[in-house]
Design a protein around this ligand. Sequence first.
Ligand SMILES: O=C(O)CCC(=O)C(=O)O
Ligand SMILES: [Fe+2]
Length: 285
Amino acid sequence: MMGNSKVPVLATTCSREEIAAALDEQGCVVIENASPHSTMDAIRAELAAYADDAAFGVSEFEGISTRRTGSCVLRSPTYRTIARHRAILAAGQHVFHGATAWGLSSTELIEIFPGQGGQPVHRDQWKYDYVDLPIEVDVEAMWAVTDFTEQNGATRLMPGSHRLPNDLRPAFDETVPAEMSKGSVLLYLGSMYHGGGANQSDEVRIGLSLQHAVGWVSRAEQFMLECPPAVVKDWDDELVRFIGYQMAGDSLGVYGDSQDPMAAVHPERNYPKGWVVTEGADEHL
Ligand SMILES: O=C(O)CCC(=O)C(=O)O
Ligand SMILES: [Fe+2]
């Protein structure tokens, strides 16, 4: 049956086990103050010019008073410093336990302007052709770049709804707001019923929305086009793998003569050839 009527909240000092347990039980959890305000302010500042150029949504789902800015890995160096935040790694390593690889799937700064109504309640994993998936393949994260309140359009979820059937169309009032202070992060499974809240305040609600997925589904964003080898060659290997320069499964993600795609970034290194997931890939992830 349904879980709590509230989104569980943990302190930033929480253990990996507490994050794992909350995700298993409720499908979602807020980690309070997981990053400093200065990190949120820097991300906002680095993306501001792009956000000003970004288009408002054209559908009810996107939100006509909602602005979405992508390419955040490329555009926000500060985001890159928290892409592999311990809370996100703890969530992914737990939910994707046993997967050969997982990583980032999409990045969006979502600005919900005053007057925006509630987003239709949905599962993010419906992006995979609405298939009723037998296991979790997505873990999402939403950083509160501003405070998230019920009034200003905090993301709304149905705690425990990861266990519900795949063909529901829950109403807005069946969800509860994930209220959290700036610098907190909401983690939720791709099977969770949720949606953006209605903004009834006079301020803009800003969140950095991130999707993560196992390595054997298509990533939602074309990171390789945004961040080609010449762009990422001085980045940490872990981050480069995280955005998709990695093999997965049996023979997915190969480059050239069945090579590790990291060979495209570092041709001077001697990556082995063959359809094998890089030895110890799990440790990188
Ligand atoms: O902006 C939000 O709070 C949630 C947005 C969302 O769930 C989506 O666009 O898939
Ligand atoms: Fe969503």
